[in-house]
Write a protein that binds this ligand. Structure first.
Ligand code: SF4
Length: 398
């Protein structure tokens, strides 16, 4: 993705990035910022952190939505550069983490059926269902195949006309367009043996659910830049107004994230509640309109259960009536499968910013990446996995 972004990054955007941070005063910064390495420049990161410290007068709690942002924060120690008054909490933007246990159980059930090939991205394979996971199901003889694109699953269906091929379609607005293309492709080709097990989720209803919860402590958000690349950010404007919170569309590199925090703190300190766009090199207010048109054709908005959080109204995509023939839940009559969450795992509270991973009693002891109790410990975007990978000693400091 970033190779593509760097080609698109015009000089005007680099100047804008400098102006947003330093008030247009840093010619050095402007000259230095070209490609990805510059977004990890330690001197620039420290300068932005100093500006944040200089303007912060009160405690603020800010949530980064995306698990990719969480990993960057923990990996690069960005939270430790901030003043004590700024608390970062981690949001629900990890697609694997919020996929309900019952959907994983349904995928496992399909993989066990004779004649079925279950295709999934690798991240899902070790996520625990209620009793086992897809990798163990594969080891026990289930035909589970790791793919890198939903179109790989379409190809597998084309090459195996005697088998039923199911693609496990999870994720946010970012992964929905390629999945929509795959099902369109299958329809155009008349493939009768391709279906999708769909568990797509949407960011804006999740932000509203977090803000509406009685235990909410989030005062500002860093929205996920890649989601807004597809959907734009106009959907966030009524939320910012209604709940009086600043929302800053933010990228994924250290300079991006600290700049997003700075923009958010500036608003918090001045009582602002607007949507701002830090990630202007990729995001426009209206988003990618051809992708949005595609999503409207292939999917319908539905109520969706989120792992650890519960049902959020109108927070997901399901296949539209026009594509109902490609819905694995209908073809294989899976609706009756239900499953319970692990009683010990508090990932739902982690995903809503109520707890940090190291505050979970099981962190690093009964729950590790080798023996995860919850998806946030095993996903490459999971908050628990980030702390375990980059700060495992924190588990002993509880
Ligand atoms: S450390 Fe493990 S048990 Fe605790 S919240 Fe994270 S995934 Fe769940």
């Amino acid at each position: 993705m970033f190779g593509f972004v760097k080609l698109l990054r015009p000089k005007a955007e680099l100047r804008r990035a400098a102006d947003l941070t330093f008030g247009g005063s840093s010619a050095t910064f402007r000259a230095a910022m070209k490609f990805i390495d510059e977004y990890r420049d330690g001197a620039i990161v420290r300068r932005i952190a100093d500006v944040i410290s200089s303007i912060t007068t009160r405690p603020w709690t800010i949530m980064e939505i995306c698990g990719g942002q969480t990993h960057a924060i923990v990996r690069f120690g960005l939270d430790e550069l901030l003043p004590e008054d700024i608390t970062l909490v981690h949001g629900p933007g990890c697609p694997v983490c919020v996929t309900p246990v019952e959907m994983i159980d349904k995928a496992i059930e399909l993989a066990r059926r004779p004649g079925v090939i279950l295709c999934s991205f690798g991240d899902m394979l070790r996520v625990p269902g209620s009793r086992t996971d897809l990798l163990s199901t594969k080891a026990a003889g289930g035909d589970v195949r790791m793919v890198y694109s939903p179109l790989d699953a379409v190809r597998i269906a084309r090459e195996n006309p005697e088998r039923q091929v199911v693609f496990f379609a999870v994720g946010f607005e970012t992964t929905a367009p390629p999945n929509a293309v795959a099902v369109q492709c299958a329809k155009r080709e008349g493939l009768k043996n391709f279906t999708m097990l769909v568990s797509h989720v949407l960011v804006p209803p999740a932000i509203e659910a977090i803000l509406s919860a009685p235990q909410n402590r989030v005062q500002g958000f860093l929205a996920a830049g890649h989601v807004c690349t597809v959907m734009g950010y106009h959907e966030y404007e009524p939320i910012a107004r209604r709940y009086r919170v600043p929302i800053v569309v933010t990228g994924f590199e250290p300079v991006d994230i600290l700049q997003g925090i700075l923009m958010c703190v500036r608003q918090l300190e001045s009582g602002g509640c607007e949507v701002e766009n830090q990630y202007a090199r990729s995001v426009h207010r209206a988003g990618n309109q051809p992708a949005q048109t595609l999503l409207k054709e292939v999917f319908s908005v539905v109520d969706r259960a989120w792992r650890g959080i519960g049902l959020i109204p109108r927070s997901g995509f399901a296949l539209s009536e026009e594509y109902a023939a490609f819905d694995a839940e209908r073809r294989f009559e899976l609706e009756c499968i239900t499953a319970a969450e692990s009683a010990e795992c508090v990932s739902g509270l982690v995903l809503q910013g109520v707890k940090k991973p190291v505050e979970c009693p099981a962190f690093g002891t009964r729950c590790t990446p080798e023996h995860p109790l919850g998806a946030t410990m095993v996903s490459s975007e999971g908050a628990c996995a980030a702390y375990y990978r980059y700060r495992p000693w924190k588990g002993t400091q509880k």
